[in-house]
Design a protein. Structure first.
Length: 359
């Protein structure tokens, strides 16, 4: 019987080693090495290990007994605490957020060993890889606008219900830089959408971004455009046109065309709505503004060369850059109807947005 190469990879290795040890004790180590066609070092090793039980002939772990860089139980517990508190965050986000000295692989291994891998409730469609095209755009050349439901977030529902918080988030995200603005509403209406886009366009205009050079991209929802059969123009469309901006709609049933704003909706759900607790509606609005500042000025995006949205804009605009362009206080849109002229034609602010943006 040959010991190599069959025995080490065989299911009968322990029995073969037992036979080799018995033969060596009866006829000697040299005779056993010739019989099993292996070295005397191998025969001597198994003879030395054999203590009368077959268990002593099993392979021993080759892992080092001491690993200097291995994290301690206290450090491991710290990672588990972060994971349980921010259960939707991945290893990369937890490492970057808390500036942890461990590698992403180490953090992922700890989560995996304790059964705390992140589970997705639904399978997200693959995003269209348009990074090279997006990098050629000018800041705020294309702004994606969409609406997010807030009452279907499990961890947020209790706060939402008890404090009577807004049900919808209106979001606008610049494709080039990733700078994002959002506000809230109790109803998903074309009127609220028109208030929101006017709020955003006035803000950008104030910081030197002409609306005539901006393209607003939305889906085909009635909160943005009128139904095709109605042959009418919605208030949202009129508001965009009044600024000289361009409005385009993505193809029907194609949410991946609005992947940038959809990605933000997932991020703000994972990092804000599911982790924060709110004491009042004012507290909710204040914290949402803090998150917007964090997202635009502090949070680094590893898919955009590990830069913040504000830093990308600064690199493009150089000396003309004003960081305040990245900050637009979220507001509740529904009460604004009393600040606008009656008639429901093109939105014209009754000094409301102008005064708010000046403060």
């Amino acid at each position: 019987m040959k010991y190599y190469p069959l025995v080490p990879n065989s299911n009968y290795k322990i029995q073969a080693r037992h036979e080799m040890v018995k033969y060596a004790k009866q006829f000697g180590i040299s005779a056993a090495s010739d019989k099993f066609e292996t070295t005397r070092v191998t025969v001597r090793k198994w003879c030395k290990r054999f203590d009368g039980s077959l268990r002593s002939l099993a392979d021993k772990s080759k892992a080092p007994k001491r690993i200097p860089h291995k994290i301690t139980r206290k450090q491991e517990q710290e990672l588990l605490d972060y994971r349980r508190k921010f259960n939707r965050w991945g290893p990369d986000r937890i490492k970057n957020q808390f500036d942890l000295p461990y590698s992403t692989r180490t953090i992922a291994r700890v989560f995996r060993q304790h059964g705390l891998n992140r589970s997705r409730k639904k399978k997200y469609k693959a995003k269209r890889d348009l990074r090279e095209i997006k990098e050629k755009l000018a800041p705020f050349e294309v702004v994606q606008v969409d609406v997010k439901y807030l009452d279907d977030i499990e961890e947020f529902y209790e706060n939402w219900f008890l404090l009577h918080l807004p049900r919808f988030e209106y979001t606008a995200r610049d494709v080039r830089t990733g700078i994002t603005f959002f506000s809230y509403a109790y109803e998903k209406t074309n009127l609220n959408a028109s208030y929101f886009i006017e709020y955003v366009l006035l803000h950008l205009q104030r910081f030197g971004f002409p609306p005539q050079q901006i393209t607003i991209q939305t889906d085909n929802g009635t909160e943005f455009v009128a139904p095709p059969k109605s042959k009418k123009v919605s208030m949202f469309e009129k508001t965009v046109a009044s600024f000289g901006a361009k409005l385009v709609q993505i193809p029907p049933a194609s949410p991946t065309f609005n992947s940038d704003v959809e990605t933000f909706h997932r991020l703000i759900e994972d990092e804000f709505y599911t982790t924060e607790h709110f004491d009042s509606r004012n507290n909710f609005i204040a914290k949402s503004f803090c998150y917007q500042i964090y997202f635009n000025l502090i949070r680094k995006n590893r898919y955009k060369k590990n830069q913040t949205p504000n830093k990308i804009l600064e690199n493009i605009n150089q000396n003309k850059h004003n960081p305040r362009v990245s900050c637009l206080n979220p507001i509740i849109l529904d009460p604004l109807i009393k600040h606008f002229l009656p008639g429901y034609h093109v939105c014209k602010a009754d000094n409301f947005f102008v005064n708010r943006l000046a403060n």
